[in-house]
Every structure is written in C-alpha cells, then in structure tokens.
Design a protein around this ligand. Structure first.
Ligand code: URA
Length: 436
C-alpha cells in the first residue's frame, strides 16, 4: 500500500477500505506519512466526503492510534457527555455530580477553551488546587473511588486526532462532517465510556449554525457509536444566546454551584435536567425522561448532588473553602453593571459576540497555550424574551483592565437586539436523536 494511491482513490471519489484508512492514519501518527500527504488526503476527504462505513473506520483508526481505556473493571456501565462547544456552557460542572449522585458513574475527559468557546478544564481550574490533569491511573482510581472523575485529555488518547486537527486548522478542512464526527467520537470511544450523551449545539455561537447541519452531525455521531457498540444519544440544544447567565471561568463555576444549591438560573437547570436525563436513560436508571427528571430533582433537592460535587472537587485536590465560600474564587478588580440603553423586549443576544468579548476580557484564549484570567467575564441580567426597562442593569462585566472594560461594554451592548413586541424565548432543546 502507498499513501499516494490512497490519496488518489479518495480524490477520484472512491470508497476507502478499513485497511487503507488504518494504514494512512497509523502511518501519519508514526511520521511515516508526511504532513503534505495528509493535507492532500484531508482536502480529498473534504471535497469527496466519506461513506458511513469509511467514517466509522476512520473513527476507530484514530481511537486505536493511542491508548484505549477499558472502564469495565471500574463499573459495568460508565456514562459520559460531550458538548460540541458553546458560550456559557458549564453543563458538565452541574450534570456530572447530579448524575453521579444517582449512583451512575461519570468518567469524562474534556478540553480547554479555544476561541469564543470555553472549556470545562479551565472552569474547574478556577477552584484553587483543582487538578484537571490526572494521568490515566489517577483518573481510573478517582472514578472507582468516587464514581466521578473529569480530567483534561491525556496526550496518548487518540493522538491521530490531535495531529490531524492541527493540520485541518491550517488547511481549511475543519468544517467537514465526517472529519468532525470522527474527531469527536474517536476521543469519546478511546476514553472508554459505554454510554455517551452528545450535547450538539446549534445557532450563532455554535459550530453548527443551522438545525439541518446540527442534525446531520448528530445523526452521524449516533451512527458511529452504534456501529462500534456504544450507546449514544444526541440532544440538539440552542446556542443562539449564551447558556445560563454567566460567561467566564470562575463566574460559570459559581453559576453551576448556585444551581446545585437550588438557586441557579431556571433555564440552565432545565438544560442540565435534559442532558442528565438522557444519561440516566442510557445508563438504565430511568425508563423515560419523566422518571429521570424525578430522580434528578430528588438528588438535587436532597443535597446529594451538591455533596457529590464537593466530594469530587476535594478528590481532585480542589480547595473546598472556595466552594463553601465562592468569594474565595478568583475575583476581578472591576465589577461594573451596564444599564439597558432602552426599554423593550430582548429579541436576541449574539452568543458568538458575547463569547468573543469574554475572550477579549481575558477569559478565553486565541491560540492553544495562551494564558487565561479565571476571574473575568460577563453575567447577563436579561435574556431573550425578557421585558427590560431603560436604565435597569442589563449585564455585569467583571474585568481586570479599564480599557478592555470599555471595549467590552460597547461590544456587549451591540450584541443585544430589541423588539417593541413580546418575544418568545428560543426552545432549550430542539430534538433528541437516538439510534433507534
Ligand atoms: N471538536 C472536535 O473535537 N473535533 C472537531 O473536529 C470539531 C470539534
């Protein structure tokens, strides 16, 4: 087999065999196939697409390019969730302990934020001492002992994906369904969970801007999971406006904590109940969404979910004093309310612009490895559909720099659109996609 023949076959619209895909991916990881050939192959895939079987074979080739975790020794069934990325998406921080509190183990490897989207690892690291870089043994031990573990992805998990993604980024081949689906699913499959709930975001602040694109991605990922014997469901959820109210690392952690205390934003709790509910159904703890909701509300109201959150934070080295007293979380030097410039109904909040503004304040990174400021960000005081009076606080900016504060204020005000007429808030969930 020769790499050039595999590139030519894909260029001409042929269907690659599992052996050809595996040869190409393993050769690329071992540096036997150079970047220029991999780049040509990626562009051929981008232009010609891949069949369902090719996408499954690519996913498994990437998953097998590194360590494949087997969690069966930890528990018969471990669940995971994955979000395709959004603004204000702190779902894992509340959902992981909520689900684990019901007795279903949650083991998750997750990412750092990049661009306008935040990352769970960064949010968790706003708790002083929290260790979000567990090695495999520590990850497995924490999961076995506490029924919950969340860590940054280890470098030996699906290394082909990391290497290919870097190349996709600079060859205009990121936005390609089979490449996105196989990239996400290879990491999920290698990290070992038997049941995975995918939170596929759709809207202005998401990767997938239209419902049609998001449904296509969700279906493909569910099919890949099914094709390799994992249970997968996808929740198609709104990302036209930020999720919840807080955008920024420590601010989001606090919002998740408020939610576990029972006084978080209503719409964020509802989203968490939707995602966690699907995890409980896949994990065999509930027959349907109604039963799952009742179990989850019991875990929340009894304080078990909050107790599990604390157990988890302590198990990974986090300072519980900051959980008990969130004023000990990183705090910005400047906290400024921005009044509504007019009266009216909020018609839209451009999630992408809010995410980029949080990044400008220092909450996110423009490129991999950039430092971030855990304290800064934005809290939205009004969301789509709210009836706002002129001069009422519209949002609160947490900043550590006066110049950035002024820029953020201007951009955030421009991110809001208004209506004289009442506006319906968008649905939280558009659709649930299941393999059956
Ligand atoms: N997230 C991933 O992990 N991979 C992609 O290709 C896109 C989003």
């Amino acid at each position: 087999m020769r790499a050039v023949e595999i590139i030519a076959k894909k260029r001409d619209g042929g269907e690659l065999s599992a052996a050809e895909i595996d040869f190409f991916i393993q050769g690329f990881v071992r540096d036997e196939i150079p970047d220029y050939q991999a780049a040509a192959w990626l562009m051929a895939v981008y232009l010609q697409g891949m069949s369902r079987q090719e996408t499954i074979d690519l996913t498994m080739a990437m998953a097998r390019s590194g360590q494949m975790l087997d969690l069966k020794e930890i528990a018969p069934l471990v669940v995971d969730k994955h979000s395709t990325g959004g603004v204000g998406d702190k779902t894992t921080l509340a959902v992981a302990p909520l689900v684990a509190a019901t007795g279903l183990p949650v083991g998750k490897m997750t990412g750092r934020g990049l661009g306008h989207t935040g990352g769970t690892v960064d949010k968790l690291e706003s708790v002083p001492g929290f260790n979000a870089t567990l090695n495999t043994t520590a990850f497995l031990n924490t999961l076995a002992q506490h029924g919950i573990a969340v860590t940054g992805q280890t470098p030996d998990l699906a290394p082909a994906d990391g290497k290919l993604y870097a190349l996709r980024d600079v060859t205009a081949t990121v936005s390609c369904l089979p490449l996105i689906a196989s990239s996400i699913m290879s990491k999920k499959i290698a990290s070992g969970a038997n049941a995975i709930v995918l939170d596929v975001k759709v809207g202005r602040g998401a990767f997938m801007k239209t419902k049609e694109e998001a449904i296509a991605l969700a279906r493909l990922m569910v099919e890949i999971g099914q094709g390799v014997g994992r249970q997968v469901r996808a929740v198609l959820s709104d990302m036209n406006q930020p999720l919840g109210r807080a955008v920024g690392n420590a601010l989001e952690l606090k919002e998740a904590l408020d939610t576990l205390h029972g006084h978080g934003p209503h719409e964020f709790l509802e989203h968490c109940l939707n995602v966690a509910g699907q995890m409980l159904i896949l994990g065999g703890k509930a027959q349907d969404a109604e039963e799952a909701r009742a179990i989850l509300l019991e875990a929340l109201h009894s304080g078990q979910a909050l107790a599990k959150f604390k157990e988890w934070i302590a198990a990974q080295g986090g300072d519980l004093a900051a959980v008990d007293d969130p004023s000990r979380l990183p705090q910005a030097a400047i906290v400024q309310d921005v009044p509504a410039p007019r009266a009216g109904y909020v018609a839209g909040i451009d999630a992408m612009e809010v995410g980029l503004t949080a990044m400008l304040l220092g909450a996110g990174r423009a490129k991999k490895g950039d430092p971030i400021d855990h304290a800064v960000g934005v809290v939205l005081r009004a969301k789509i559909g709210d009836d706002v009076k002129r001069g009422e606080p519209l949002l609160t900016i947490h900043a550590n720099d006066e110049h950035k504060l002024a820029q953020a204020q201007e951009r955030l005000l421009a991110a809001y659109t208004w209506s004289e007429e009442p506006v319906q808030a968008p649905p939280l969930v558009y659709e649930i996609i299941r393999s059956d």
